[in-house]
Design a protein around this ligand. Structure first.
Ligand SMILES: NC(=O)c1ccc[n+]([C@@H]2O[C@H](COP(=O)([O-])OP(=O)(O)OC[C@H]3O[C@@H](n4cnc5c(N)ncnc54)[C@H](OP(=O)(O)O)[C@@H]3O)[C@@H](O)[C@H]2O)c1
Length: 289
């Protein structure tokens, strides 16, 4: 099965690259392919004729998307619409990554795939539009909503990841303020990538929530990073209102992997165990240069 991986240099892309290393994999980076340039994208698709398209590309600087909603829509929705049209015409499976931010957080219990979305930001609207275009166009799709990703490569689109940002701030000796009124499930990109392959190989289509298990606030996430790393910086909780980010974010966006569970595949670990593994792997990489 020929697999085209779009966004191959990204945080999730690099993990998928390893997971699909034994496949007939065509990894494309942004330098090879700009997905908003449809003519070129079509050429790349026609040349490679993939059976499976894994699209990790996104414009996901959430606050910036408020300023540039058209760009968010171009990358996260319109380009995805074109991919779906090509996939339908050629019978390819299309995998798209979406976000916990499609929910407004008012439910205060883990969201299942059956819960109606209510996005609060331009980013979230654009990702949801991407989901809807795919669902409207092509049956052979897998839409995966995930949350709070961190991976060894760091999120290139966001300039790092939360874990790396916290570790860097800890070395600077300043007080670190992190919001404690947004609850999520931090998710290991490595574990997600393995699960993506497992799910795709079942031949199941549709919408799937896919995160590690458990929940915490960003503040608790930061505290766990420091505790597991043996660091003791000055960490203080703050509120979203005091933090004053441009885009609204859900106060609670924990996802229930209900559809994955129905396939017997929801064995993703508790977020703390996955974080511990990430920190150990990271230490090993630093020590081995
Ligand atoms: N990170 C999170 O916390 C999180 C949470 C929920 C959902 N998601 C979703 O998960 C997916 C993967 O996230 P990630 O953290 O792995 O992101 P990432 O590290 O930013 O990777 C995205 C990759 O796509 C490439 N890309 C961006 N715009 C492109 C374009 N117009 N054309 C072609 N390539 C483009 C980027 O290249 P450049 O770096 O060169 O621009 C990058 O290599 C995204 O769909 C995101 O919306 C992420």
């Amino acid at each position: 099965m020929r697999t085209l991986l779009i966004g191959a240099n990204g945080q999730l892309g690099q993990e998928l690259r390893q997971v699909y290393a034994d496949h007939d994999l065509v990894p494309v980076t942004r330098a090879d392919l700009e997905i908003t340039d449809w003519k070129h994208t079509e050429e790349v698709l026609d040349r490679n004729v993939p059976d499976l398209i894994l699209n990790t590309a996104a414009y996901h600087r959430v606050d910036e998307c408020e300023e540039f909603p058209a760009k968010a829509y171009e990358v996260n929705a319109l380009a995805v619409r074109q991919l779906a049209q090509w996939a339908r015409a050629h019978g390819a499976i299309l995998v798209y990554f979406s976000t916990d931010y499609v929910f407004d957080g008012c439910l205060r219990r883990p969201y299942t795939e059956a819960d109606p979305p209510a996005p609060l930001s331009a980013y979230a609207v654009s990702k949801l539009a991407g989901e809807y275009f795919i669902r409207a166009i092509h049956d052979r799709h897998v839409i995966i909503r995930t949350c709070g990703l961190y991976g060894i490569a760091g999120s290139s689109g966001k300039g790092g990841n939360f874990v790396e940002t916290m570790l860097r701030l800890a070395t600077e000796g300043k007080e670190i303020r992190v919001v404690d009124d947004q609850v999520l499930t931090p998710t290991s990109a490595k574990e997600l990538a393995r699960k993506v392959r497992q799910l795709v190989e079942t031949g199941a289509y549709g919408l799937y929530h896919m995160t590690n298990n458990g929940a915490c606030s960003w503040y608790e996430f930061a505290a766990a990073i420091f505790e597991l790393s043996g660091l003791t910086p000055r960490l203080e909780p703050t509120t979203s209102a005091a933090f004053g980010a441009r885009a609204n974010r859900p106060a609670y966006s924990v996802l229930d992997n209900a559809n994955l569970r129905s396939l017997g595949l929801d064995d993703l670990r508790d977020w703390r165990d996955a974080l511990k593994e990430y920190l150990e792997e990271r230490t090993h990489m630093v020590l081995s240069g």
